[in-house]
Design a protein around this ligand. Structure first.
Ligand code: BG6
Length: 254
């Protein structure tokens, strides 16, 4: 009979965790598109859950985005040694939202260390071949491969493509391929099939399966299709952080 909104939310989280066979699921109230304060709550929730899982010498790969950009504000200094590594190189995005700046802020907030990827994220074949063997790049690739945790956002495909100034031809191709979501430079359709992959020296999708946990965060009803699609390809070690608007949608539209 009497159910608090908190009970309802944790009930929803549990259902989704089972529905998608996830390591964890956490849900904040409302629709984050409608209130910037909710975006902050989402980043805070992720920061708090992450803080509970910290251990000595943990290596954490971090991606960029506006949601990830807020996480460091809610982290406290940690006793443990932590190393934050950029999962992605430089993108055509606002500097503060790039993986490199976020990794450095997360390290500062927890008293840990960080390593950045001094390279553009998306590169042509010949540049990729010569860059990947650069010692400073190799070190980051290696760290991303063996990191314990990954933290990343999930984006709506066209919003991300436009934000990154993807050229017109590629945009039309994304349209033709019915892309709905993006994460780490991988664009995918509603079935969770990858339709476009940016050639990146950053983290690869294949690197995810071996992680102890993957913290994936997305809020706002504009991302509901993106998250549903991502759930079809998400590894089982994912801990999902969303809002109620997305949560209710996932429950009804498996
Ligand atoms: C990017 C990540 O930097 O941020 C992507 O590499 C993600 O994985 C995107 O899709 C999400 O951005 P935002 O601003 O919506 O949190």
């Amino acid at each position: 009979p009497f159910m608090t909104t908190l009970d309802r939310r944790s009930g929803l989280a549990l259902k989704l965790q089972r529905q998608y066979n996830l390591q964890g699921c956490h849900i904040i109230r409302g629709d984050a598109d409608e209130d910037p304060e909710l975006q902050q709550e989402l980043s805070q929730l992720m920061a708090e859950e992450f803080q509970k899982m910290i251990f000595d010498n943990a290596i954490i790969s971090v991606a960029g985005g506006s949601t990830m950009a807020n996480v460091s504000q809610y982290l406290k200094p940690a006793e443990e040694n932590l190393l934050f590594v950029s999962a992605r190189g430089g993108l055509g995005e606002e500097v503060g939202n790039q993986a490199n700046s976020i990794a450095s802020r997360l390290a500062k907030a927890t008293g840990g260390e960080h390593r950045v990827l001094y390279a553009p994220d998306s590169v042509g074949d010949s540049v990729y071949e010569s860059l990947k063997d650069e010692p400073s790049i190799k070190e980051i690739t290696e760290l991303n491969r063996r990191s314990d945790y990954v933290m990343h956002g999930i984006g709506e495909a066209f919003m991300m493509a436009r934000r990154r100034n993807v050229e017109a031809a590629a945009l039309s191709q994304l349209e033709a391929d019915c892309a709905v979501g993006e994460t780490f430079g991988y664009y995918f359709n509603a079935e969770g099939d990858i339709v476009r992959k940016v050639k990146t020296i950053g983290i690869q999708l294949e690197d995810l399966a071996s992680k102890k946990a993957i913290f994936a965060v997305a809020g706002g009803s504009s991302k509901k299709e993106a998250v549903r699609a991502y759930m079809k390809m998400a590894p089982k070690n994912t801990i999902l952080f969303i809002d109620e608007a997305i949560g209710e949608f996932l429950l009804k539209n498996d």
